[in-house]
Design a protein around this ligand. Structure first.
Ligand code: C2E
Ligand code: MG
Ligand code: MG
Ligand code: MG
Length: 279
C-alpha cells in the first residue's frame, strides 16, 4: 500500500514536472509567435498632474493578443513572468521601445510616453544605447520618453541597476523608479539609484484614506522626494478622497482607475496614428 502511495506520488511529481514544461513551452511558443506576427498591442493609461488633473503623459502597458480569440487580450501578469524566465522579455521590451519611439515620431504633438523595462534587462548594457540610437534616428527629443524601472528588481542587483540608470540618463530620457516602496530599504537605496521620478507603489495608495501608516509614508516620501529634487507619482488612485489627500501631501502626479483605465484608444491619442506593425 505504502509502495503504491509513493509510486503514485512519483507519478504525480513527474506529471507536474511535465505539465510545467508543457506550459512553459506553450508560453514560449506563444510569445515567440506574438513577436513574429504582430501579436502584441500597447494600451495607454494617463498620468495626470495632481493639482490640475491635466494629462502629464501616458504610460504604455503591453498586452498580448490571444491567437485563438482575436477579441481576447492577455494581460502582462500572465506572460511577463514566463518571458522573464526565458529571456524573451528582452525582445518584448525592445518591441515596446520601437513602438513608443515610432509613435512619438509620427505624432509630434502627442503627450510624452512612459514605457516599462524589466529588471531582467539591467545587465543588457546595450539597451540604453538602443534607446538612444532610435531616438536619434527618429529625431524624437529624449525628454518625450520616460523609462519606468521596477525598484524591487533594481535592488536585487544594485551595481547593474546603477549603471543602467546612469546610461539611461545619458540618453536624455526621464528615469522613473516604479513600484517604489515595495522593496526593502527603499530609502537607503535612493542614494545610489539616480532616478528623476519616484512612482509610489499602489500598495500605499489603495487604502490611503483609511490607513494611517500609509498616510505617514506617502507624506514623507513626497516631502523627501521634493527636497531631493525628484518628482512623485502615485499609482492606483481609485477615488476622489485619495486624490485630494495626495494633492494635500504634495504628490506631483496621479494615475489610476479614478482618472482612467488603460485602453488602446486613449482620449489623449484621439486623431493620432497608433502604429501597430513592425516596419
Ligand atoms: P506597473 O508598471 O506598475 O503598471 C501599473 C499596473 O496597475 C497596470 O497593470 C495598470 O493597469 C494597473 N492599474 C493602474 N491603475 C490602477 C487602479 O487604479 N487600480 C488597480 N487595481 N490597478 C491599476 P497591467 O497593465 O496589468 O501591468 C502590470 C505590470 O506589468 C506593470 O506594472 C508592469 O510592471 C508590467 N508591464 C506592463 N507593460 C509592460 C511592458 O511593456 N514591459 C515590461 N517589462 N513590463 C510591463
Ligand atoms: Mg509602470
Ligand atoms: Mg507601478
Ligand atoms: Mg505596480
Amino acid at each position: 500500500k505504502s509502495a503504491g502511495k509513493s509510486t503514485w506520488r512519483l507519478y504525480q511529481a513527474e506529471r507536474d514536472a511535465s505539465r510545467e514544461m508543457m506550459n512553459r513551452l506553450t508560453w514560449n511558443e506563444r510569445i515567440q509567435k506574438a513577436l513574429e506576427n504582430d501579436g502584441f498591442v500597447l494600451y495607454f493609461q494617463g498620468i495626470y498632474e495632481a493639482a490640475t488633473r491635466q494629462v502629464s503623459h501616458l504610460e504604455a502597458l503591453v498586452r498580448m493578443k490571444d491567437p485563438n480569440n482575436p477579441n481576447q487580450i492577455v494581460p502582462p501578469g500572465h506572460f511577463i513572468p514566463h518571458a522573464e524566465k526565458s529571456g524573451k522579455i528582452l525582445d518584448i521590451d525592445r518591441w515596446v521601445i520601437r513602438q513608443a519611439i515610432r509613435m512619438l515620431a509620427d505624432n509630434r504633438t502627442m503627450p510624452s510616453v512612459a514605457i516599462n523595462i524589466s529588471g531582467r534587462s539591467f545587465d543588457e548594457t546595450g539597451l540604453p544605447d538602443y534607446i538612444g540610437e532610435l531616438l536619434a534616428q527618429y529625431r524624437v527629443p529624449p525628454s518625450r520618453l520616460m523609462v519606468e524601472l521596477t525598484e524591487t528588481a533594481a535592488v536585487s542587483d544594485m551595481r547593474d541597476a546603477q549603471r543602467f540608470i546612469e546610461a539611461l540618463r545619458d540618453t536624455g530620457c526621464t528615469v522613473c523608479l516604479d513600484d517604489f516602496g515595495a522593496g526593502f530599504s527603499s530609502f537607503a537605496y535612493l542614494k545610489h539609484l539616480k532616478a528623476h521620478v519616484l512612482k509610489i507603489d499602489g500598495l500605499f495608495i489603495r487604502d490611503l484614506p483609511n490607513d494611517h501608516d500609509s498616510q505617514v509614508f506617502v507624506r514623507g516620501m513626497a516631502g523627501m522626494a521634493r527636497d531631493m529634487g525628484k518628482q512623485t507619482v502615485a499609482e492606483f488612485v481609485e477615488n476622489e478622497e485619495t486624490l485630494r489627500m495626495l494633492v494635500d501631501f504634495g504628490v506631483d502626479m496621479v494615475q489610476g482607475y479614478y482618472l482612467d483605465k488603460p485602453t488602446p484608444d486613449h482620449p489623449a491619442l484621439r486623431g493620432i496614428n497608433v502604429v501597430t506593425r513592425d516596419h
